[in-house]
Design a protein around this ligand. Structure first.
Ligand code: ZN
Length: 214
């Protein structure tokens, strides 16, 4: 059963969320908002409210901490996501995963398509599925078409870890969780990850847990 705020128009819902201080509460898997395609953004939030919402998404992503956050993850069914990755990782990991720094970006109405035949499979997690990670084989390169927070067109090819981030966040806006695309036999707790599977690639995990890599 929904609370009255679930049925409020989006702008009211967002204004209500922003009335609190600090990071926004993150919605966990099991909430239908994570399983519905989000509405394309078409001015449902006036510019000042959109700017405050984007700032709250940034604050919430950093506090979590995470490298991306989609509006449905704070209960708002709009096609808006933020990404940012300072990539504080050792060289070996940076090279193996292509995990290079990704500056803060706002993706409005994003969509992606593969920009090449390559696949890359690595462990990833999600702030809406806390405590767990799994290997997901994703397009190694994608072309992302979107708008930014000022309505300017974005048409850009992403590769390496940033390509993974934009696919993960755009999928959220389509009601898709990374688990839908994961090698389920790779599913591992954060403790198991830290203890056993901190290598730069999931090759050893694949052999030990019994899953395929592309
Ligand atoms: Zn996620």
């Amino acid at each position: 059963m929904g609370t009255p705020s679930d049925r409020a128009p989006l702008a009211e819902r967002v204004a209500e969320l922003l009335a609190g201080d600090g990071p926004l509460p993150i919605v966990a898997a099991g909430d239908p908002v994570l399983r519905r395609p989000a509405e394309p953004f078409d001015g449902q939030l006036e510019p000042a409210l959109l700017a405050r919402f984007v700032e709250a998404l940034r604050l919430t992503m950093r506090a979590a901490p995470g490298v991306g956050l989609a509006a449905p993850q704070v209960g708002v069914g709009l096609r808006i996501a933020v990404i940012e990755d300072p990539a504080p990782v050792p060289d070996e990991v940076r090279v193996a995963r292509g995990r290079v720094p990704q500056p803060f970006r706002v993706l409005v109405n994003p969509s992606y398509e593969p920009a090449g035949p390559g696949r890359a499979a690595f462990y990833e997690g999600c702030l809406s599925v806390p405590g767990w990670q799994a290997v997901v084989a994703r397009h190694a390169e994608v072309r992302l078409v979107a708008r930014d927070e000022h309505g300017r067109a974005v048409d850009e090819v992403f590769e390496g870890w940033p390509a993974r981030i934009v696919q993960h966040e755009t999928d959220h806006l389509d009601g898709v969780l990374y688990l839908d695309r994961a090698e389920l036999r790779s599913f591992a707790s954060n403790d198991a990850m830290a203890e056993r599977w901190a290598q730069a690639t999931p090759d050893r995990a694949a052999a030990a847990l019994g899953f395929e890599l592309p």
